[in-house]
Design a protein around this ligand. Sequence first.
Ligand code: HEM
Length: 508
Amino acid sequence: TRNRRLNVTCVTLLVSVHLFRWLRRQRSISCPPGPLPWPVIGNAAQLGNAPHLYFTRMVKKYGNVFQIKLGSRTVVVLNGESIKQALVKQGSEFSGRPDFTSFKYISNGNSLAFGTSTDWWKVHRKVAQSTVRMFSTGNPHTKKKFENHVLSEGKELLRLFLRKTKEDKYFQPMTYLVVSTANIMSAVCFGKRYSYEDEEFQQLVGRNDQFTQTVGAGSIVDVMPWLQYFPNPIKTIFDNFKQLNLEFSAFIRDKVMEHRKTIQSSTIRDMTDAFIVALDQISDKMGLSEKDYVTATVGDVFGASQDTLSTALQWIILLLVKYPEIQVRLQQEVDKVVDRSRLPSIEDQQQLPYIMAFIYEVMRYTSFAPLTIPHSTTTDTSIMGYTVPKNAVIFINQWSINHDPGIWSHPDTFDPERFLRQNGALNKDLTSNVLIFSLGKRRCIGEELSKLKLFLFTALIVHQCNITADPARPVMMGYNYGLTLKPHPFYLAVSLRDDMTLLEAATS
Ligand code: HEM
């Protein structure tokens, strides 16, 4: 009997070990595959200085859905067709935001863009969406007003470019493009523009790089929060990030307070007035009045728009300079359709397919928002056969779609022509494949405004001037990674094609 008991124990042990192994295998079959993580840092060291490219390499090995470990956090990275599945077909399940440390410092933790999805976020997003539309693409009247802001600022920018060319021959346009973009949004949000010499404004909007590096997917402090507690370079970057958010919020809060003192709800002067009226009403109704959602929302719109749009302008200008023959072709189209006797306007957009093709190709080729703001799951779920637990961090690799050889021929070649049909019309089936404003419930609320702005800016620039590179410093395609990809500094010269008569007359 002793032997029998021993046998039973051995068999039970063996069965348990097998059962345990089998269960573990089952679990790992249903978890997304991925590279082996290191202790403590996980796969953080592998991301390198272009995480979107590392992710795209991993797709070849593991497929469109894989899992990495960043510090203590497990991150599921979605690529290719899994993106539409998650963001559109399973929209609510993937619409959260992770509880990252850095997100808590943005707009005092009341941010619409960086806060997770709640009932309040839904209402808040709707109000923000309709308010943005009311001051840009809402109707022909608001469009004209927006066009006027772009033209006025275009005139100032062009004057400055001509002065800089005269003074320095070749100059770096980056800061001026940031101030110019911020000024357009400042006109929309606060009814006010700033001079290019205004140091305070330059300081305020000139720190986008620090912001986007900290909140970009793969940022270290969010996955290794212990780095905040002793002196090290990451802590210094994070302290700067906190400081710039405080200063940015203080600037916006001052503007909101000034507006509150003089507001008359019968005449809405700008976006801040509109947000005060709409959000106060809703916060009161929902019993949320102790929080300053107006400052947070105006901050979100002002912040989200100036960083992304100025980055877009930098790439547009860089590519105009890098490909002079494309610049000439754009000029020819605009000259033919608009003529030299007036400025391009919103109404010309339909007749300028090559300009639109160029803009779509800039967005596709550079994919300057390579990953979205990180998402999180709001419930236990699964994607493409893999289980994903609630509150998992989700990275969405937009770059993987924009460079998918299954969608694009020669994806690494810059070729606006790919978006034109044989008869020269814009191929809207193809333009809708470009992914840079994300999809689904978190899709960017500034998409229409952005496309309008980029169209007007590009049409105006090619209609009015020639831009050339410094032959001594050829333009490079390198960039710094963050929420947006920022091109390395480059130099250019600007000359007028005719004179300033049209611009002076249009905006006086
Ligand atoms: C070319 C310009 C722009 C690009 C490429 C861009 C791209 C994006 C991306 C990728 C997201 C994250 C979506 C996600 O997490 O899935 C986003 C969110 C957002 N964008 Fe934009 N954006 C641009 C311009 C603007 C402008 C002009 C505004 C404001 C008028 C704006 C306001 C927002 C807001 C408020 C969110 C947060 C939405 C939410 O979390 O529900 N963006 N944008």
